[in-house]
Ligand binder design. Structure first.
Ligand code: GUN
Ligand code: ZN
Length: 434
Protein backbone atom coordinates (compact mmCIF):
# COMPACT_ATOMS: atom_id res chain seq x y z
CA UNK A 1 0.00 0.00 0.00
CA UNK A 2 3.09 2.26 -0.27
CA UNK A 3 3.99 4.08 -3.48
CA UNK A 4 7.19 6.05 -4.01
CA UNK A 5 7.52 8.44 -6.92
CA UNK A 6 10.60 10.44 -7.86
CA UNK A 7 10.73 13.31 -10.37
CA UNK A 8 10.15 17.04 -10.91
CA UNK A 9 7.22 18.27 -8.83
CA UNK A 10 5.25 21.49 -9.10
CA UNK A 11 2.30 22.62 -6.99
CA UNK A 12 0.66 25.63 -5.33
CA UNK A 13 0.95 25.44 -1.57
CA UNK A 14 -2.17 27.25 -0.42
CA UNK A 15 -5.39 28.85 -1.71
CA UNK A 16 -5.06 32.52 -2.67
CA UNK A 17 -7.39 35.48 -3.04
CA UNK A 18 -5.60 37.25 -5.88
CA UNK A 19 -3.72 36.10 -8.98
CA UNK A 20 -0.74 38.24 -7.92
CA UNK A 21 -0.31 36.07 -4.81
CA UNK A 22 0.02 32.78 -6.65
CA UNK A 23 3.69 33.01 -7.69
CA UNK A 24 4.86 33.27 -4.09
CA UNK A 25 3.10 30.03 -3.21
CA UNK A 26 4.49 28.00 -6.10
CA UNK A 27 6.60 25.07 -4.93
CA UNK A 28 8.98 23.58 -7.49
CA UNK A 29 11.22 20.66 -6.56
CA UNK A 30 13.51 19.64 -9.41
CA UNK A 31 14.43 16.29 -7.92
CA UNK A 32 11.71 15.38 -5.48
CA UNK A 33 10.09 12.38 -3.86
CA UNK A 34 6.48 11.73 -2.98
CA UNK A 35 5.60 8.84 -0.68
CA UNK A 36 2.01 7.67 -0.36
CA UNK A 37 0.51 5.26 2.12
CA UNK A 38 -3.07 3.96 2.07
CA UNK A 39 -3.87 6.49 -0.66
CA UNK A 40 -2.61 9.55 1.21
CA UNK A 41 0.58 11.57 0.96
CA UNK A 42 2.79 10.57 3.88
CA UNK A 43 6.01 12.33 2.86
CA UNK A 44 7.03 14.92 0.26
CA UNK A 45 10.37 16.66 -0.22
CA UNK A 46 13.71 16.57 -2.01
CA UNK A 47 15.48 13.38 -3.12
CA UNK A 48 18.30 14.26 -0.76
CA UNK A 49 16.06 14.65 2.28
CA UNK A 50 14.11 11.52 1.29
CA UNK A 51 17.06 9.20 1.89
CA UNK A 52 16.26 8.85 5.59
CA UNK A 53 12.68 7.81 4.74
CA UNK A 54 13.28 5.26 2.00
CA UNK A 55 13.53 1.55 2.73
CA UNK A 56 16.75 0.14 1.20
CA UNK A 57 14.89 -2.15 -1.22
CA UNK A 58 12.23 0.45 -2.12
CA UNK A 59 10.61 0.22 -5.55
CA UNK A 60 10.61 3.73 -6.96
CA UNK A 61 8.64 4.99 -9.98
CA UNK A 62 11.24 7.38 -11.39
CA UNK A 63 10.25 10.01 -13.99
CA UNK A 64 13.48 11.93 -14.57
CA UNK A 65 12.29 13.96 -17.56
CA UNK A 66 8.63 14.54 -16.73
CA UNK A 67 6.74 17.07 -14.64
CA UNK A 68 4.46 15.84 -11.86
CA UNK A 69 1.51 17.97 -10.79
CA UNK A 70 -1.56 17.43 -8.65
CA UNK A 71 -4.41 15.66 -10.49
CA UNK A 72 -6.57 17.93 -12.62
CA UNK A 73 -10.01 18.83 -11.31
CA UNK A 74 -12.91 19.27 -13.74
CA UNK A 75 -15.65 21.23 -12.00
CA UNK A 76 -18.32 20.77 -14.70
CA UNK A 77 -18.81 17.95 -17.18
CA UNK A 78 -21.71 15.83 -18.56
CA UNK A 79 -20.78 12.16 -18.90
CA UNK A 80 -23.81 11.26 -21.11
CA UNK A 81 -22.70 13.89 -23.64
CA UNK A 82 -19.37 12.18 -24.31
CA UNK A 83 -20.51 10.87 -27.70
CA UNK A 84 -21.88 14.20 -28.95
CA UNK A 85 -18.84 16.48 -28.71
CA UNK A 86 -18.68 18.74 -31.73
CA UNK A 87 -22.40 18.91 -32.63
CA UNK A 88 -22.71 21.45 -35.44
CA UNK A 89 -24.34 24.80 -35.80
CA UNK A 90 -26.51 25.60 -32.77
CA UNK A 91 -26.42 27.81 -29.70
CA UNK A 92 -27.51 26.67 -26.26
CA UNK A 93 -31.31 26.29 -26.43
CA UNK A 94 -31.55 24.78 -29.92
CA UNK A 95 -28.41 22.72 -29.24
CA UNK A 96 -30.22 21.15 -26.26
CA UNK A 97 -33.32 20.36 -28.36
CA UNK A 98 -31.49 19.18 -31.46
CA UNK A 99 -28.65 17.12 -30.05
CA UNK A 100 -28.59 16.84 -26.27
CA UNK A 101 -32.03 15.57 -25.34
CA UNK A 102 -32.06 12.79 -27.97
CA UNK A 103 -28.59 11.68 -26.82
CA UNK A 104 -29.54 11.65 -23.15
CA UNK A 105 -32.65 9.49 -23.79
CA UNK A 106 -30.40 6.49 -24.35
CA UNK A 107 -29.33 6.43 -20.71
CA UNK A 108 -32.47 4.78 -19.40
CA UNK A 109 -30.72 1.59 -20.57
CA UNK A 110 -28.27 0.62 -17.80
CA UNK A 111 -26.08 -1.37 -20.20
CA UNK A 112 -25.70 1.62 -22.44
CA UNK A 113 -25.00 3.90 -19.48
CA UNK A 114 -22.35 1.44 -18.26
CA UNK A 115 -20.62 1.37 -21.60
CA UNK A 116 -20.39 5.16 -21.85
CA UNK A 117 -19.48 5.57 -18.15
CA UNK A 118 -16.55 3.22 -18.61
CA UNK A 119 -15.37 5.11 -21.68
CA UNK A 120 -15.84 8.42 -19.86
CA UNK A 121 -13.78 7.42 -16.80
CA UNK A 122 -11.00 6.14 -19.05
CA UNK A 123 -11.01 9.41 -20.98
CA UNK A 124 -10.73 11.43 -17.75
CA UNK A 125 -7.73 9.37 -16.63
CA UNK A 126 -6.12 9.60 -20.05
CA UNK A 127 -6.30 13.38 -19.70
CA UNK A 128 -4.94 13.49 -16.15
CA UNK A 129 -8.29 14.42 -14.61
CA UNK A 130 -8.63 12.72 -11.25
CA UNK A 131 -11.71 14.44 -9.82
CA UNK A 132 -14.81 15.78 -11.56
CA UNK A 133 -18.22 17.22 -10.77
CA UNK A 134 -20.47 15.38 -13.20
CA UNK A 135 -23.97 15.72 -14.65
CA UNK A 136 -25.67 12.37 -15.30
CA UNK A 137 -29.14 12.18 -16.91
CA UNK A 138 -32.61 12.11 -15.39
CA UNK A 139 -32.31 8.31 -15.10
CA UNK A 140 -31.06 6.96 -11.74
CA UNK A 141 -29.40 4.13 -13.72
CA UNK A 142 -27.01 6.66 -15.21
CA UNK A 143 -25.83 7.66 -11.72
CA UNK A 144 -25.31 4.04 -10.67
CA UNK A 145 -23.36 3.38 -13.86
CA UNK A 146 -21.04 6.31 -13.26
CA UNK A 147 -20.38 5.71 -9.57
CA UNK A 148 -19.90 1.96 -10.08
CA UNK A 149 -17.22 2.61 -12.69
CA UNK A 150 -15.52 5.35 -10.64
CA UNK A 151 -15.52 3.10 -7.58
CA UNK A 152 -13.38 0.55 -9.41
CA UNK A 153 -10.64 3.18 -9.74
CA UNK A 154 -11.26 4.67 -6.27
CA UNK A 155 -11.91 8.05 -7.89
CA UNK A 156 -13.18 11.03 -5.95
CA UNK A 157 -16.16 11.89 -8.12
CA UNK A 158 -19.16 14.09 -7.40
CA UNK A 159 -22.29 13.41 -9.43
CA UNK A 160 -26.05 13.43 -9.42
CA UNK A 161 -29.25 12.63 -11.23
CA UNK A 162 -30.69 15.45 -13.34
CA UNK A 163 -33.94 16.88 -11.97
CA UNK A 164 -36.07 18.11 -14.89
CA UNK A 165 -39.87 18.24 -14.98
CA UNK A 166 -40.72 20.57 -17.89
CA UNK A 167 -39.58 21.95 -21.27
CA UNK A 168 -37.98 18.69 -22.30
CA UNK A 169 -39.24 15.50 -24.05
CA UNK A 170 -41.63 13.52 -21.88
CA UNK A 171 -39.27 10.56 -21.70
CA UNK A 172 -36.64 12.79 -20.11
CA UNK A 173 -38.91 14.34 -17.50
CA UNK A 174 -39.46 13.32 -13.92
CA UNK A 175 -41.89 14.96 -11.48
CA UNK A 176 -41.22 16.94 -8.30
CA UNK A 177 -42.06 13.86 -6.26
CA UNK A 178 -40.14 11.23 -8.29
CA UNK A 179 -37.11 13.50 -8.62
CA UNK A 180 -37.12 13.95 -4.86
CA UNK A 181 -37.47 10.26 -4.09
CA UNK A 182 -34.93 9.10 -6.68
CA UNK A 183 -32.38 11.71 -5.59
CA UNK A 184 -32.92 10.77 -1.97
CA UNK A 185 -32.35 7.08 -2.71
CA UNK A 186 -29.18 7.90 -4.63
CA UNK A 187 -27.87 10.12 -1.81
CA UNK A 188 -28.44 7.29 0.66
CA UNK A 189 -26.74 4.85 -1.67
CA UNK A 190 -23.72 6.86 -2.82
CA UNK A 191 -22.95 9.99 -0.80
CA UNK A 192 -19.68 9.38 1.10
CA UNK A 193 -19.53 5.78 -0.10
CA UNK A 194 -15.75 5.40 -0.51
CA UNK A 195 -14.71 8.59 -2.28
CA UNK A 196 -18.08 9.22 -3.97
CA UNK A 197 -20.05 12.39 -3.21
CA UNK A 198 -23.54 13.34 -4.34
CA UNK A 199 -24.75 16.53 -6.03
CA UNK A 200 -28.41 17.57 -6.21
CA UNK A 201 -28.64 18.43 -9.91
CA UNK A 202 -31.57 20.50 -11.25
CA UNK A 203 -30.58 20.94 -14.92
CA UNK A 204 -31.28 24.70 -14.99
CA UNK A 205 -34.16 26.93 -13.94
CA UNK A 206 -36.13 26.67 -17.23
CA UNK A 207 -36.51 22.88 -16.92
CA UNK A 208 -37.71 22.84 -13.33
CA UNK A 209 -41.09 23.98 -12.02
CA UNK A 210 -41.14 25.97 -8.78
CA UNK A 211 -42.49 22.79 -7.15
CA UNK A 212 -39.42 20.86 -8.23
CA UNK A 213 -37.02 23.57 -7.07
CA UNK A 214 -38.79 23.41 -3.75
CA UNK A 215 -38.06 19.67 -3.63
CA UNK A 216 -34.39 20.39 -4.38
CA UNK A 217 -34.43 22.78 -1.43
CA UNK A 218 -35.96 20.12 0.79
CA UNK A 219 -33.22 17.65 -0.20
CA UNK A 220 -30.52 20.20 0.56
CA UNK A 221 -32.03 20.81 3.97
CA UNK A 222 -32.26 17.10 4.73
CA UNK A 223 -28.71 16.41 3.49
CA UNK A 224 -26.69 19.58 4.11
CA UNK A 225 -23.34 17.98 3.20
CA UNK A 226 -24.32 17.14 -0.40
CA UNK A 227 -23.49 19.42 -3.35
CA UNK A 228 -25.75 21.51 -5.57
CA UNK A 229 -24.82 21.55 -9.25
CA UNK A 230 -26.61 23.47 -12.01
CA UNK A 231 -26.22 25.98 -14.87
CA UNK A 232 -26.48 29.76 -14.60
CA UNK A 233 -26.39 32.72 -17.02
CA UNK A 234 -24.73 30.97 -19.91
CA UNK A 235 -26.58 32.45 -22.87
CA UNK A 236 -28.62 35.62 -23.40
CA UNK A 237 -31.75 33.87 -24.75
CA UNK A 238 -31.63 31.53 -21.76
CA UNK A 239 -31.51 34.49 -19.36
CA UNK A 240 -34.48 36.17 -21.09
CA UNK A 241 -36.39 32.88 -20.89
CA UNK A 242 -35.75 32.56 -17.14
CA UNK A 243 -36.97 36.13 -16.64
CA UNK A 244 -40.21 35.32 -18.48
CA UNK A 245 -40.72 32.06 -16.56
CA UNK A 246 -39.99 33.57 -13.14
CA UNK A 247 -41.17 37.20 -13.41
CA UNK A 248 -41.47 37.51 -9.64
CA UNK A 249 -37.69 37.11 -9.22
CA UNK A 250 -35.34 39.98 -9.87
CA UNK A 251 -32.65 37.91 -11.55
CA UNK A 252 -31.72 34.44 -12.79
CA UNK A 253 -29.60 33.72 -9.71
CA UNK A 254 -32.37 34.95 -7.46
CA UNK A 255 -34.47 31.97 -8.57
CA UNK A 256 -31.89 29.55 -7.14
CA UNK A 257 -31.20 31.77 -4.15
CA UNK A 258 -34.91 31.93 -3.30
CA UNK A 259 -34.95 28.13 -2.98
CA UNK A 260 -31.76 28.26 -0.84
CA UNK A 261 -29.74 26.49 -3.49
CA UNK A 262 -26.81 28.92 -3.21
CA UNK A 263 -24.03 28.39 -0.65
CA UNK A 264 -20.89 26.44 0.16
CA UNK A 265 -20.73 23.38 -2.15
CA UNK A 266 -23.11 25.02 -4.66
CA UNK A 267 -21.46 25.09 -8.09
CA UNK A 268 -22.92 27.11 -10.96
CA UNK A 269 -21.63 26.37 -14.44
CA UNK A 270 -20.84 29.29 -16.78
CA UNK A 271 -21.96 32.61 -15.16
CA UNK A 272 -20.92 34.43 -18.34
CA UNK A 273 -23.47 37.25 -18.05
CA UNK A 274 -24.03 37.84 -14.33
CA UNK A 275 -25.34 41.22 -13.16
CA UNK A 276 -23.51 43.05 -10.42
CA UNK A 277 -25.93 42.12 -7.66
CA UNK A 278 -25.70 38.48 -8.76
CA UNK A 279 -21.91 38.63 -8.32
CA UNK A 280 -22.51 40.00 -4.83
CA UNK A 281 -24.91 37.16 -4.05
CA UNK A 282 -22.38 34.59 -5.31
CA UNK A 283 -19.79 36.11 -2.98
CA UNK A 284 -22.04 36.48 0.04
CA UNK A 285 -23.30 32.92 -0.19
CA UNK A 286 -19.80 31.48 -0.85
CA UNK A 287 -21.06 29.80 -4.03
CA UNK A 288 -18.63 28.71 -6.75
CA UNK A 289 -18.42 29.05 -10.52
CA UNK A 290 -17.29 26.50 -13.12
CA UNK A 291 -15.55 28.44 -15.92
CA UNK A 292 -15.96 26.49 -19.16
CA UNK A 293 -14.04 28.27 -21.91
CA UNK A 294 -14.18 25.67 -24.70
CA UNK A 295 -17.94 25.39 -24.25
CA UNK A 296 -18.55 29.15 -24.05
CA UNK A 297 -16.66 29.64 -27.30
CA UNK A 298 -18.13 26.60 -29.08
CA UNK A 299 -21.76 27.53 -28.31
CA UNK A 300 -21.03 31.23 -28.86
CA UNK A 301 -22.22 31.95 -25.32
CA UNK A 302 -19.75 34.73 -24.49
CA UNK A 303 -16.56 35.54 -22.62
CA UNK A 304 -16.42 34.68 -18.93
CA UNK A 305 -15.06 37.68 -16.94
CA UNK A 306 -12.45 35.91 -14.83
CA UNK A 307 -11.04 39.17 -13.49
CA UNK A 308 -14.45 40.08 -12.12
CA UNK A 309 -14.53 36.80 -10.19
CA UNK A 310 -11.20 37.64 -8.54
CA UNK A 311 -12.40 41.18 -7.85
CA UNK A 312 -15.66 39.96 -6.31
CA UNK A 313 -13.88 37.15 -4.46
CA UNK A 314 -15.97 34.37 -5.96
CA UNK A 315 -14.41 30.89 -6.17
CA UNK A 316 -13.76 29.61 -9.70
CA UNK A 317 -12.92 26.13 -10.96
CA UNK A 318 -12.29 25.03 -14.51
CA UNK A 319 -14.86 22.94 -16.41
CA UNK A 320 -14.59 21.13 -19.72
CA UNK A 321 -18.40 20.98 -20.03
CA UNK A 322 -18.24 18.02 -22.40
CA UNK A 323 -20.28 17.77 -24.75
CA UNK A 324 -20.77 21.54 -25.32
CA UNK A 325 -17.08 21.80 -24.49
CA UNK A 326 -14.78 20.37 -27.10
CA UNK A 327 -12.06 18.58 -25.14
CA UNK A 328 -11.60 16.41 -22.05
CA UNK A 329 -8.16 17.95 -21.65
CA UNK A 330 -7.64 20.56 -18.93
CA UNK A 331 -4.57 21.60 -20.92
CA UNK A 332 -6.73 22.41 -23.93
CA UNK A 333 -9.26 24.06 -21.64
CA UNK A 334 -6.51 26.33 -20.27
CA UNK A 335 -5.39 27.09 -23.80
CA UNK A 336 -8.87 28.45 -24.53
CA UNK A 337 -9.10 30.16 -21.12
CA UNK A 338 -6.01 32.14 -22.03
CA UNK A 339 -7.64 33.29 -25.28
CA UNK A 340 -10.87 34.24 -23.47
CA UNK A 341 -8.74 36.47 -21.25
CA UNK A 342 -6.85 37.90 -24.23
CA UNK A 343 -10.12 38.87 -25.91
CA UNK A 344 -10.92 40.93 -22.81
CA UNK A 345 -7.47 42.57 -22.70
CA UNK A 346 -6.28 40.42 -19.77
CA UNK A 347 -3.48 37.96 -19.15
CA UNK A 348 -3.73 34.48 -17.70
CA UNK A 349 -0.37 33.44 -16.27
CA UNK A 350 0.85 29.84 -16.30
CA UNK A 351 0.84 29.68 -12.50
CA UNK A 352 -2.70 31.05 -12.32
CA UNK A 353 -3.71 28.41 -14.86
CA UNK A 354 -2.13 25.67 -12.77
CA UNK A 355 -4.00 27.03 -9.75
CA UNK A 356 -7.39 26.88 -11.49
CA UNK A 357 -6.79 23.34 -12.73
CA UNK A 358 -5.72 22.01 -9.32
CA UNK A 359 -6.00 23.76 -5.94
CA UNK A 360 -8.45 26.44 -7.12
CA UNK A 361 -10.74 23.71 -8.48
CA UNK A 362 -10.42 21.83 -5.19
CA UNK A 363 -11.41 24.98 -3.32
CA UNK A 364 -14.40 25.54 -5.61
CA UNK A 365 -15.50 22.00 -4.72
CA UNK A 366 -14.82 22.49 -1.00
CA UNK A 367 -12.19 19.75 -1.21
CA UNK A 368 -9.05 21.83 -0.70
CA UNK A 369 -8.44 20.09 2.62
CA UNK A 370 -8.16 16.81 0.69
CA UNK A 371 -6.97 17.64 -2.84
CA UNK A 372 -5.11 20.14 -4.98
CA UNK A 373 -1.43 19.92 -3.96
CA UNK A 374 1.23 17.71 -2.37
CA UNK A 375 0.70 18.71 1.25
CA UNK A 376 1.16 15.82 3.66
CA UNK A 377 -2.09 14.12 4.58
CA UNK A 378 -3.83 14.94 1.30
CA UNK A 379 -5.19 12.27 -0.99
CA UNK A 380 -2.55 11.12 -3.46
CA UNK A 381 -4.06 11.96 -6.87
CA UNK A 382 -1.46 13.20 -9.34
CA UNK A 383 -0.45 13.25 -12.97
CA UNK A 384 2.89 12.72 -14.68
CA UNK A 385 3.27 15.03 -17.68
CA UNK A 386 5.55 14.54 -20.65
CA UNK A 387 6.45 18.03 -21.88
CA UNK A 388 7.69 16.89 -25.29
CA UNK A 389 5.40 14.31 -26.90
CA UNK A 390 5.53 15.98 -30.33
CA UNK A 391 8.31 17.39 -32.48
CA UNK A 392 6.88 20.89 -32.20
CA UNK A 393 6.62 20.75 -28.39
CA UNK A 394 10.15 19.35 -28.26
CA UNK A 395 11.44 22.33 -30.23
CA UNK A 396 9.46 24.83 -28.17
CA UNK A 397 10.46 23.26 -24.84
CA UNK A 398 14.13 23.28 -25.87
CA UNK A 399 13.89 27.08 -25.99
CA UNK A 400 12.34 27.60 -22.53
CA UNK A 401 14.39 29.39 -19.86
CA UNK A 402 12.12 28.91 -16.84
CA UNK A 403 9.61 26.49 -15.37
CA UNK A 404 6.95 29.17 -15.85
CA UNK A 405 7.61 29.38 -19.57
CA UNK A 406 7.76 25.58 -19.87
CA UNK A 407 4.39 25.41 -18.12
CA UNK A 408 2.89 28.09 -20.34
CA UNK A 409 3.99 26.24 -23.48
CA UNK A 410 2.49 23.05 -22.05
CA UNK A 411 -0.84 24.76 -21.35
CA UNK A 412 -0.91 26.27 -24.84
CA UNK A 413 0.10 23.24 -26.87
CA UNK A 414 -0.70 20.30 -24.62
CA UNK A 415 -3.40 17.61 -24.73
CA UNK A 416 -3.79 13.93 -23.82
CA UNK A 417 -0.52 13.11 -25.58
CA UNK A 418 1.24 14.91 -22.72
CA UNK A 419 -0.20 12.64 -20.04
CA UNK A 420 2.36 9.96 -19.30
CA UNK A 421 0.69 8.46 -16.23
CA UNK A 422 -2.19 9.14 -13.85
CA UNK A 423 -2.25 8.09 -10.20
CA UNK A 424 -5.37 7.84 -8.10
CA UNK A 425 -5.20 7.36 -4.36
CA UNK A 426 -1.54 6.41 -4.68
CA UNK A 427 -2.06 3.87 -7.44
CA UNK A 428 -1.10 4.12 -11.08
CA UNK A 429 -4.39 3.72 -12.94
CA UNK A 430 -3.30 4.91 -16.38
CA UNK A 431 -0.10 4.82 -18.34
CA UNK A 432 0.34 6.01 -21.91
CA UNK A 433 1.31 3.33 -24.38
CA UNK A 434 4.85 3.72 -25.66
N1 GUN B 1 -27.93 24.33 -19.75
C1 GUN B 1 -28.86 23.41 -19.48
N2 GUN B 1 -28.46 22.17 -19.85
C2 GUN B 1 -27.24 22.32 -20.37
C3 GUN B 1 -26.28 21.41 -20.92
O1 GUN B 1 -26.49 20.20 -21.01
N3 GUN B 1 -25.12 21.95 -21.37
C4 GUN B 1 -24.85 23.29 -21.27
N4 GUN B 1 -23.68 23.75 -21.71
N5 GUN B 1 -25.72 24.15 -20.77
C5 GUN B 1 -26.90 23.68 -20.31
ZN1 ZN C 1 -23.08 21.95 -18.67
Amino acid sequence: MTTIVRGRFLDIQQPVTSPQDIAQHVRYIEDGVLITEQGKISWFGTWQDAQAHLPTDAKIDHYPDQLIVSGFIDTHIHFPQTEMVGAYGEQLLSWLETYTFPTEMQFKDKHYADKIAQFFIQELLKNGTTTALVFCTVHPESVDALFENAEQKQMRLIAGKVMMDRHAPEDLCDTPETSYQQSKNLIEKWHNKGRALYAITPRFAPTSTPEQLQKAQQLKQEYPSVYLHTHLSENKDEIAWVKSLFPEHNSYLDVYHHYQLTGQRAVFAHCVHLEDHEWDCMHQTNSAIAFCPTSNLFLGSGLFPLNKAWQKQVKVGLGTDIGAGTSFSQLQTLNEAYKVQQLQGNKLSAFESLYHATLGGAKALDLDDKLGNFNIGKEADFVVLDLQPTALQQLRQSRTQSIEDALFALFTMGDDRNVQATYIYGEKVYEKEA
